[in-house]
Design a protein around this ligand. Sequence first.
Ligand code: ADP
Length: 406
Amino acid sequence: MSTRPETRPSTSAQGASLEQMGAWVDAAPNAQLMVDRDGMVLSFNPHAATLFGYSREEMVGRRFDDLLPPEMRAAHADHCRAFFSQPRQRLMGSGGTFVGQRKDGTRLDLKIGLSFLESQAGVIAIASIIDVTQQKRAENEAKQLTADLVRTNEELNDFTYIVSHDLREPLRGIRSYAQFLVEDYGTQLGDDAKDKFANLIRLADRLDQLVLKLLDYSRHGRVELDLKQVDLNDVLEDAMIDLSTAIKESGAEIRIPRPLPTLRGDRSMLVELYANLIGNALKYSDKEERWVEIGFERGASPARSTETLGHHMPLSDEAVRTVFYVKDNGIGIPEEHWGSVFRVFRRLHPRNAFGGGSGAGLTIAKKIVERHRGSIWLESTVGEGSTFYFTLGADEREAKTHGAAH
Ligand code: ADP
């Protein structure tokens, strides 16, 4: 047992009788007991009796050590002598907690505050006790759960990476052999056989694209974030360069109502995030006059954003977050799909509709946002358009705006 001295001086109740002090202890709303300098229990209130499983009659006149696990008793006797040689208010135990033992042998995590008082019978210690066993257990469980989650996540990323990586080799083999067959035996093959081989090669290529997307996805979970101060206006500019052909072809108007903030983040990942969201906004539209708006809102979250199938902004952080958005006037997304579009390879349209796609873009967008400790969600009205919202939580405190109104 070790001690942590408190700064406050000891309280003196010189002149109080043991009976008076025992009455104070009895009336306390938590477990309390009194001990003399020899470690004998002088008083043991009803809460202490409930906590330790000993009756008052059993404990009064008995050594305080009996409330400790056997292996701690010798060390406690030394500390006890030290306490009484320099009586001060203090917390018992290392890190503010102390292990006790019930009559039935079960262990308790306790917070014990010690006060030393002058009584008519000399210096006595009053221990005021709070049971933190459940709290400690919950803390340990939460720690364990977090460690398990981190490990499972890493394993999953590794698994995805290894499987995707290893799948590509036999797949390339299949494609090559199909190609060789067509090249070497093409003249002997009928049109129907040639068509089938062409389909085989096309499917192998498609599977390879999907596997590549999986590799890409797992890479986003594996690589270290390269965190720097990033001006999101530069990020946007880079994303637009990547999308220049799509922007030109769609004829969409790009609206940026006010300059975006600067924050700490991984620049290339953020470029990819914007490119994915803006790319979709350009793609999933059937309007003559298309527009995409890119902006942010400070403070309160936009209306209706809190219950979108688990992809909502945590309410507790609502007031302090910056919410970024990419809004379009496209085809919209039915509400029952607001959660599922973030799942890998989840597409709401036939493979070749709206210019095609793998269905991994939003999954990667979500991964990027989550790596930045943010969340992503959407709101949409079918036929009118969609808005994808996201936060980049971890670094909000460092965010600065360029003269933008808040
Ligand atoms: P991809 O675009 O490659 O299919 P994503 O993961 O980016 O994959 O998107 C998943 C699905 O969500 C898309 O197939 C599409 O059906 C739908 N979607 C995504 N963004 C939009 C949007 N802005 N408007 C309407 N539908 C969208």
